[in-house]
Design a protein around this ligand. Structure first.
Ligand SMILES: CC(C)(COP(=O)(O)OP(=O)(O)OC[C@H]1O[C@@H](n2cnc3c(N)ncnc32)[C@H](O)[C@@H]1OP(=O)(O)O)[C@@H](O)C(=O)NCCC(=O)NCCS
Length: 186
């Protein structure tokens, strides 16, 4: 089955849990902690967990930054890459009424593919599939930030017409490392 984006739903959960059990995490920041939170939340109330991943009204609880600071959750949603099995996840977040993001938010879109399905074009295709949805929530452009040494992610962005806007240093709360900011006009 060609990879498609699906709205998280109960039918995909066993495959999602399998990926967590194989050591994959949906997050690159606080990754082990977030993987554990997801396993616990699914065990506790699977339906509520699935619902929480689609949150265009920003009704979820605040976000905890790596230093423990809490910031308000932005409107956003997650879509899962699905090729008959759970393959990865891609997230969109935004502020209503503007294409800009608060300084602590590292881009409108983040994505991750399970390691055993890397290099199949999934991230490139997933980003392409998400862009019309970003347009549909009112954004004129999306920003995507990547680590300076994350060449695969940079290729994903440039394959989707992303243009490098700047090199910058992340806020101290993210460790201050060098990152690249790309922009895709919608
Ligand atoms: C970055 C990531 C999402 C790429 O996913 P993917 O589905 O393997 O990417 P694609 O198959 O669409 O490949 C994109 C490009 O990167 C290249 N690429 C992918 N993995 C690579 C690797 N390990 N080494 C070198 N090149 C790589 C591909 O060949 C492709 O280039 P091409 O278009 O010239 O052929 C994946 O490596 C990942 O999940 N990494 C961990 C999380 C992460 O870094 N997310 C991005 C945060 S900004």
């Amino acid at each position: 089955m060609p990879m498609q984006l699906v709205k998280p739903a109960a039918e995909y959960l066993p495959s999602y849990v399998d990926a967590l059990q194989r050591g994959w995490s949906p997050a690159s920041i606080r990754s082990a902690e977030i993987a554990r939170e997801h396993r616990d939340a699914i065990a506790d109330d699977a339906a509520a967990f699935v619902d929480s991943l689609d949150d265009p009204q920003a009704s979820g609880k605040p976000i905890t930054l790596p230093d423990g600071t809490q910031v308000p959750r932005l409107p956003g949603f997650i879509r899962w890459m699905w090729d008959g099995e759970f393959s990865g996840s891609i997230q969109l977040r935004w502020q209503n009424g503007t294409s800009e993001l608060p300084p602590h938010v590292l881009g409108h879109i983040g994505y991750t593919v399970v390691p055993w399905k890397h290099r199949l074009g999934y991230a490139t295709r997933a980003l392409g599939l998400l862009l019309p949805e970003a347009r549909a929530v009112g954004l004129d452009y999306v920003e995507i930030t990547t680590e300076a040494d994350n060449l695969p992610s940079q290729k994903v962005v440039t394959a989707n017409a992303g243009v490098l806007v700047e090199r910058f240093h992340k806020l101290p709360v993210y460790g201050g490392g060098e990152s690249l900011r790309f922009r895709i006009t919608l």
